[in-house]
Design a protein around this ligand. Structure first.
Ligand SMILES: [Zn+2]
Ligand SMILES: [Zn+2]
Length: 157
């Protein structure tokens, strides 16, 4: 790999992988990628996507996302009408196909996790979370901080 600059850290490397992974998602509104890394190895990836077997969000499967796009009314999303499975959940599930224990792994995700995903991160003993610096910290980050998970913000990569 060509080294872009001395500022290109391994955190940027994994976060850039998450940027690529997000393109595999299937949600009209929220595009997110997540990567689980343990001992320097990517052990699982996930994007925000409709559950398999259901009508996909990009095909009109999410009533909330479709209504949000036509109205720009965020309430449709806040009411939880997007049925996509979050990137962090998918990344953890994929990691556990091969690794039973995610202890001391790190999660790289392109946006901060929501509260249920933060709970999953804690439940699986992931000890470090890296994401792009958000405009404001939501409940997920607050929870992880309280639980002693190391949080690292990256301004840009
Ligand atoms: Zn959706
Ligand atoms: Zn989530």
């Amino acid at each position: 790999m060509k080294r872009l600059s001395s500022l290109y850290t391994s955190d940027c490397y994994y976060l850039n992988i998450a940027d690529g992974v997000k393109l595999t998602g299937n949600c009209k509104v929220t595009v997110v990628g997540a990567v689980v890394v343990r001992d320097g190895v990517v052990i699982g990836t996930g994007s925000n996507a409709t559950m398999s077997g259901a009508l996909q969000c990009l095909d009109g499967g999410c009533a909330g996302c479709t209504q949000y796009i036509s109205s720009q009314d965020r309430e449709f999303l806040q009411r939880g009408e997007c049925t996509c499975i979050h990137a962090e959940y998918n990344a953890i599930t994929n990691s556990k196909g091969m690794f039973k224990d995610l202890r001391d792994a790190a999660m790289y995700v392109t946006i901060p996790p929501c509260l249920p995903c933060a709970e999953m991160i804690k439940q699986n003993a992931i000890s470090r979370l890296v994401c792009y610096k958000p405009d404001h910290e939501g409940r997920g980050l607050l929870f992880l901080r309280q639980e002693g998970v190391e949080i690292c913000f990256i301004q840009s990569c």
